[in-house]
Design a protein around this ligand. Structure first.
Ligand code: UD1
Ligand code: CA
Length: 475
């Protein structure tokens, strides 16, 4: 069998089209499902079959945006300046593919395709010495897809394909054909490019249909075979927003199923939204309506409670995220406890066993091991040591209207409630800040910082006040 890195094998991904039916200003293949662009899904699956440098994305409509969206995957690009059909798109790859023996053609708008299926098409194609192999399927509703006309022998359908007929061109009995063209093919490169020039625009859209190559191959006596996908969902294409939502749902279900199979408990998985690149450790529990997005990783034995949204964050083991927390680009150490309703903004670093409580917001802040900020607090641009207690209502005043400044709070500090720390400022190791203080200068280690006015007690003041008001009351 051919190896996964067979350099004679290339993959071309058709992604130059506009996607008119989405009615969008963005090109179709950059729309996302499962938290990843459509084209990204296809590339990720393809990149496990051949190295990215052997993958060529054919781009055209909004080419720069498409290129930028998937650049990081490291594939090659070929431009189709005018979108004149799928056959014309592949024709642009003549040079890029010259050194390869075979090419697999995938569609940028068929995103559920799995690596196993791509490899199966490749292996079938090589194993059967075909000139062209077509991946087909029998979805419940074949409407809109090109249909497969198989060659019959003694009244039975064979592996061989005579033609692909597009929906609009179906005639008579062809309307009953349930087997569809997935838009995924393998070709012998030499035989393909020897014939691509023979495509015409003689069809309702006036485009060069790649699908017409089948009858050309057939006429020349070349071997065109069909191989049916095990699961028809995998080759569903996206042309409309409704299909976008349906395939997004399928991907989310695939993701939660994989996680459950790997030891994650998910209650009411149909309510949970988890992006494709997210990882979750075993024995972690996800409650209903949790969202784990982007490049988030969650460790083992954690609990993420309902309505929390975690984006691009790294969460350790045994962490509890209570209800309604919002995390973005945050790092959370083992056994930390967050929430309910904590807001961790970018570059928040919460230490092992630390607590961040309700209505506490952090940004570009390190909260050391075992430190606590449990209530109603803003910590921005702060470096906070270990074993620190941040009282309710503490505010770091990090912004002077022009620049941001840093607050340093060393190990073991106690900040009394309702204090404001005007940065740049440093509270030394083991120091205290009295409740309701406004700290504008550094507090040395083990000192007390206090800005509280003297408390005045006026005995029986309230009694006298009430009597006075009663006497003054109008009848
Ligand atoms: C195509 C097939 C159809 C098949 C279906 C599967 C043709 C003529 N028809 O139809 O048999 O059942 O896919 O999903 O091929 N593209 C380009 N350049 C172009 C035109 C299209 O790169 O000039 C790209 C698109 O971006 C898209 C892919 O090719 O990713 C398929 O094009 P689309 O217009 O969606 O073809 P379908 O009508 O779905
Ligand atoms: Ca399509």
């Amino acid at each position: 069998m051919p190896s996964g890195n067979d350099s004679r094998f290339a993959i071309a991904v058709l992604a130059a089209g506009k996607g008119t039916r989405l009615k969008s200003k963005l090109p179709k293949v950059v729309h996302q499902i499962g938290g990843r662009p459509l084209l990204g899904h296809v590339i990720v699956a393809a990149a496990k079959v051949v190295a990215p440098k052997h993958i060529f994305c054919i781009i055209g409509h909004e080419a720069d945006l498409v290129r930028k969206t998937v650049e990081a995957y490291g594939t090659g690009f070929v431009e189709q300046h005018e979108q004149r059909g799928t056959g014309h798109a592949l024709l642009q790859c003549r040079e890029a593919l010259a050194k390869y023996t075979h090419v697999l053609v995938l569609s940028g708008d068929v995103p559920l395709i799995r690596t196993e299926t791509i490899s199966a098409v490749r292996d079938f194609h090589i194993g059967h010495h075909a000139d062209m192999t077509i991946l087909t399927a029998q979805p419940p509703d074949p409407f809109g897809y090109g249909r497969i006309v198989r060659r019959t022998k003694d009244g039975h359908a064979t592996d061989e394909v005579e033609a692909i007929v597009e929906q609009k061109q179906l005639k008579g009995d062809q309307l009953n054909i349930r087997e569809i063209n997935s838009g995924i093919y393998a070709f012998n490169v030499k035989e393909l490019f020897a014939r691509l020039d023979r495509l015409t625009t003689n069809n309702p859209h006036g485009e060069f249909y790649l699908t017409d190559i089948v009858s050309i191959f057939h006429k020349d006596g070349r071997k065109v075979l069909a191989v049916e996908a095990e699961e028809s969902n995998e080759v569903l294409g996206i042309n409309t927003r409704r299909e976008l939502a349906i395939l997004d749902d399928m991907l989310r279900t695939r993701k939660t199923s994989e996680l459950m199979d790997s030891g994650v408990t998910i209650y009411r998985p149909e309510t949970v939204v988890i992006d494709a690149d997210v990882t979750v450790g075993a024995d972690t529990i996800l409650e209903p309506f949790v969202q784990l997005l982007g490049r988030t990783s969650i460790g083992s034995d954690c609990r993420v409670r309902s309505y929390s949204v975690v984006t691009d964050s790294r969460i350790g083991d045994k962490v509890t995220i209570k209800h309604g927390c919002i995390l973005e680009d945050a790092e959370v150490g083992n056994s930390a406890i967050l929430g309910p309703y904590s807001h961790l903004r970018p570059a928040s670093q919460i230490g092992e066993g630390a607590h961040v409580g309700n209505f506490v917001e952090t940004k570009k802040t390190r909260l050391g091991k075992g430190s606590k900020a449990n209530h109603l607090t803003y910590l921005g641009d702060s470096d906070i040591g270990e074993g620190v207690n941040i009282g309710a209502g503490t505010i770091t005043c990090n912004y002077d209207g022009v620049n941001k400044h840093v607050t340093v709070i060393e190990d073991g500090v106690f900040i009394g409630s309702d204090s404001t720390l005007v940065a740049p400022v440093k509270i030394g190791k083991g120091a205290y800040v009295a409740a309701s203080s406004c700290i504008t200068r550094d507090v040395p280690p083990d000192a007390l910082g206090i800005t509280r006015p003297e408390l005045v007690i006026k005995e029986n003041w309230a009694t006298a006040k009430r009597a006075k008001m009663k006497a003054a009351k109008k009848p």
